[in-house]
Every structure is written in C-alpha cells, then in structure tokens.
Write a protein that binds this ligand. Structure first.
Ligand SMILES: [Zn+2]
Length: 310
C-alpha cells in the first residue's frame, strides 16, 4: 500500500521538548559540564544539515533526495495486525553512525517496525527530530518514535526512554537514573551482561540501581555471544519479572529492526503504553557477531557514498 505524504505545514502536536536545557539536577545540585569528547557532532539541526547536503549534491549534479520505500507493510497473525518494536537504535546524531533520519520512516514501514526508540550516544535531539519528520509525513498514525538517549555514566552505559531533554554523560549511575526519572522517563538496562562489552554497566552498579531498572534488554543483536542475552533474561526474571525488550543496537539503516518485540499493533505515546505492550510481547531477533557487523557497517558506509540504501 502506498500513500501521499501529508501537507508538511501541519502544525506540530504539543509535547515538544524545551529548547534550552537546564543545567540543574532535580536534587538542586549543579551538574558537571558535559564531556567535550561528546560534542564532536555539529549542533546544527539535522534538517539544516540535510539542506546543506542537498545544496552540495545539486552543485555536484547528483539527483535530489527522495524518500523512498513508503510501502506500508502490514502484517497479520491469526487475524490480528501485529507490529515490531526496536528500542535501541542509533542515527546520524551519534558520532559513530551515519543513518540519515529522513531515510528511517520508509525503512520502518517496510520492516513493520512500528515503534522505534532513538538512543544516540549521549545525544538526544535525534528523537524529537525524527518524531517531527514522521508527523510531517503524516505517518504518526502508524509509527511511534520514542525519544531516548544511550547515556555514558561513570560506570558504563544506561538507556533512558521517554526523555524530555538531554542528560549529560559521566554522571554516576544513581544520578543518571535520578535524571531519567525526573523527566518521567524509563530506565532500560541494555547489553548489561556481556563481559566483552566495554561500555556495559558494571555489575556492582547494576546491583546498586536494580530497583530502579524498568526494562531489561534480553535480546541485543550485537553481543559477543548470544548466551549473554539468556543471562539478561534470567536476571530480569529474578529481579521482579521485569518487562523485557529487544534492541538491534543498529548503526546502519538496514540494521534497524534486527531485534524486536512483537505485539498487536498499537500506538505508543507514554511509558505506560510501552510497559503494557512489552508485557504481552514476544522478544525475538537476529544475532550478528559484532566483528562481522562492524565490517558490514564499514562496507555499507563506504558503499553508501555512491549509492543510497534502498
Ligand atoms: Zn547502542
């Protein structure tokens, strides 16, 4: 099924994040300044970057960018429309990823990935920008974008979902959790049990914040061994039957949707919507060895210089 994009002048719905970030932590103690290592990305809105890319492309005689692949791939299982949710994805806002935001909606429709959480490394703006793009295309009745961030704490990484604003890196895990909760967000523990993941949350820290973890990722497509996913599932069971999620940890467009939770189709607007969907969902995915995945990403990035992903 194909359809025409909606008039892009449609006014945005409320709930936009505040433009200016507050440097006060909820407890009132001032936060340390952001780590300069995480400011490598240009602070320009992605839409402006796209305009510059288009202008340069025009000068070089390249064909204009078009949003392709808006095939609404609806999947039914026993008479019920189902969807996939991928809660751990990176975009061009991450320093190590080049997936253009404007290529994502078409890919999501094509792969029936109706819910995607944008979790860029220590960056937040990709989520709101993708949400706006989805609204402008008139796709907000079929795709749900969750604004999140993969946050580097002083003892490894944690994901915050349903955030309103960026959370700076290098806070302690406890401070990070407090920031996420103060924004009404959910704490997701991703790849926490793979000892070869350099940035996994340290086991001592996991133990200290375990009561504040809302979701545990029990399928990550990029673990060194699939065995560690089962370890995560066991841990989630022991610690209060936590809702389980899946994350592709995608760093290229085609990796988005490689891991998923399948549920009947619904729109996800709030943390409660998501938790309810996860509780009835089925976790699944494709596991790829990270060394192979890295080589593939380099090839796709190189190849993408000459040919757009279809
Ligand atoms: Zn990640």
């Amino acid at each position: 099924m194909s359809f025409e994009p909606r008039d892009p002048t449609t006014p945005p719905t409320p709930g936009q994040p505040p433009a200016e970030s507050s440097r006060e932590s909820p407890a009132g103690t001032p936060l340390p300044p952001p780590n300069p290592a995480h400011k490598r990305q240009t602070p320009l809105p992605v839409s402006v970057v796209h305009q510059v890319q288009d202008a340069v492309g025009k000068l070089l005689g390249r064909p204009p960018h078009t949003i392709r692949g808006l095939q609404n791939n609806i999947v039914w299982r026993e008479g019920v429309q189902v969807m996939r949710m991928d809660l751990h994805c990176h975009t061009e806002v991450s320093h190590d990823c080049r997936t253009a935001l404007r290529d994502i909606p078409g890919w999501l429709l094509r792969t029936n990935t109706r819910v995607m959480a944008v979790t860029d490394h220590d960056q937040f703006r990709g989520g709101p920008e993708l949400q706006q793009l989805v609204r402008d295309l008139g796709l907000d009745d079929r795709l749900s974008i969750i604004c999140g961030e993969e946050i580097t704490t002083s003892e490894g990484e944690l994901i915050g979902l349903f955030l309103q604003d960026r959370i700076p890196p290098k806070l302690t895990p406890e401070e990070t959790v407090r920031e996420i909760k103060a924004q009404g967000g959910l704490v997701l523990l991703q790849h926490g049990f793979d000892p070869l993941k350099r940035y996994r949350l340290r086991p001592e820290a996991t133990e200290r914040i375990k009561d504040d973890i809302d979701i545990v990722e029990t399928f990550n497509s990029r673990l060194s061994r699939h065995h560690w996913n089962r370890e995560a599932a066991r841990w989630g069971e022991v610690h209060g039957h936590l809702p389980q999620s899946a994350g592709s940890d995608a760093h290229t467009l085609r990796d988005i949707g490689e891991a998923w939770v399948e549920t009947p189709f619904r729109l996800i607007h709030t943390p409660d919507d998501l938790l309810a969907a996860l509780r009835i969902g089925q976790v699944a995915g494709h596991w790829t060895h990270p060394v192979y995945a890295y080589g593939r990403k380099q090839w796709r990035t190189f190849n993408g210089q000459f040919r757009r992903e279809e």
